[in-house]
Design a protein around this ligand. Structure first.
Ligand SMILES: *Cc1c(COP(=O)(O)O)cnc(C)c1O
Length: 362
């Protein structure tokens, strides 16, 4: 059990660890300025929203955050959801139904898969980033409406989806492209604007979703896109309509987080430097570090028991790294999911590499 705020050094069950487990990629989750913003928001708006957005739960803090996010990601309209899970469920089920088809990367996040199943559309999964296979599926479909659904940064691999080519396919086959940027928002692109900025993509075919509980260090999520598509969500996304709005104090804190994401470029530079330190430190290790330019740096172990044992030995030496096993990842690809954060120092990452090299030699 975690007894401290989320950070590079945490206390778990009475012991202090250097941790590589969180999605707090920019080190903002325990930033005192965010905590102060949350307190100030609490002072103004109290704790609970008290109602759903469409009744009287939509506060000026939610509104200001939606406007700021739309400007930041350069899309016309934004809708806040309570969590990324709920955003994905709402987005896919509002846009696809019985006569439609959704095409999904096999390594998409569980919430997208659940959303596709719940939509009752035809659900076709294509092998990871295999655009030829996707094109075949798109050519064969006779569905009325077609949605391509993908993670922008794959959460257990750290690689980035080939979005420019996915946009081409979406245009060629008159499909929507739904992009889940949970791990790219705040990290990729100009000032952390996310994966669309990273690739310079601007098209009305994209519906963009990102979360506020990872790099942004707060809680919540949003969907952004063309006004008509977002209006469809307001009308039909059941995980938006039939739920209490998130506490406005969190929207207020997220506004401050957005300011820090945009202004503190050094956090992304630090992350890039830490990735280099890790890659250099593990270059001669017998386990392979997957190629990733994001904060997610998986070390491929293979066997489930081995992965658990390595994680356990790291723990004994004061380092926390989660072992990820099937069914979260495919059979035979158990791995350590090392996640880096701007809260880490270079010496922290060097220490992790040194201990991992030590364990690999035993
Ligand atoms: C974490 C995550 C989500 C869910 O977001 P929450 O806000 O934690 O519910 C959705 N998609 C991806 C790819 C994620 O990594």
């Amino acid at each position: 059990m975690l007894q401290t705020a989320q950070s590079a050094r945490v206390s778990v069950d009475g012991r202090t660890y250097l941790a590589f487990c969180s999605n707090d990629y920019l080190g903002l989750a325990s930033d005192p300025r965010l905590a102060r913003a949350a307190q100030e928001g609490c002072g103004r708006y109290g704790v609970g929203a008290g109602a759903s957005h469409l009744i009287l739960g939509h506060s000026e803090a939610h509104h200001a955050l939606e406007e700021a996010l739309a400007r930041f990601v350069a899309l016309p309209r934004v809708l806040l959801f309570s969590t990324g899970y709920m955003a994905n469920i709402g987005m896919v089920t509002a846009l696809a139904g019985r006569d439609d088809a959704v095409f999904a990367d096999r390594l998409n996040h569980a919430s997208l898969n659940d959303a596709c199943l719940l939509s009752r559309a035809q659900f076709r999964r294509y092998p990871h980033c295999d655009l030829e296979a996707l094109e075949k599926l798109l050519s064969a479909t006779r569905a009325r409406r077609r949605l391509i659904v993908t993670d922008a940064v794959f959460s257990m691999d750290g690689d980035i989806a080939p979005l420019p080519r996915l946009v081409e396919l979406a245009e060629r086959h008159d499909a929507w492209l739904l992009v889940d940027d949970a791990h790219g928002f705040g990290i990729l692109g100009d000032r952390g604007r996310g994966v669309l900025s990273h690739f310079g993509i601007a098209t009305p075919r994209v519906i963009y979703m990102a979360t506020l509980g990872k790099a942004a260090g707060v809680f919540g999520a949003f969907v952004a896109g063309e006004p008509a598509a977002v209006e469809t969500l307001v009308q039909r996304a059941r995980s938006y309509v039939y739920t209490t709005a998130t506490p406005p104090l969190l929207a207020y804190a997220a506004l401050e987080s957005l300011r820090l994401i945009e202004e503190e470029q050094w956090r992304r530079e630090r992350l890039a430097q830490l990735i280099r330190v890790l890659q250099g430190g593990l270059a001669a290790n017998r386990w392979r570090l997957l190629r990733s330019d994001t904060a997610i740096q998986p070390l491929m172990i293979g066997d489930n028991a081995d992965a658990l044992e390595v994680a356990d030995r790291l723990g004994q030496r004061g380092l926390l790294v989660p072992a990820i096993r099937p069914p979260t990842v495919p059979q035979g690809t158990a791995r350590l999911r090392i996640s880096l954060s701007a809260a880490h120092g270079e010496d922290d990452v060097a220490r992790l590499a040194e201990v991992l090299n030590d364990i690999a030699r035993q």
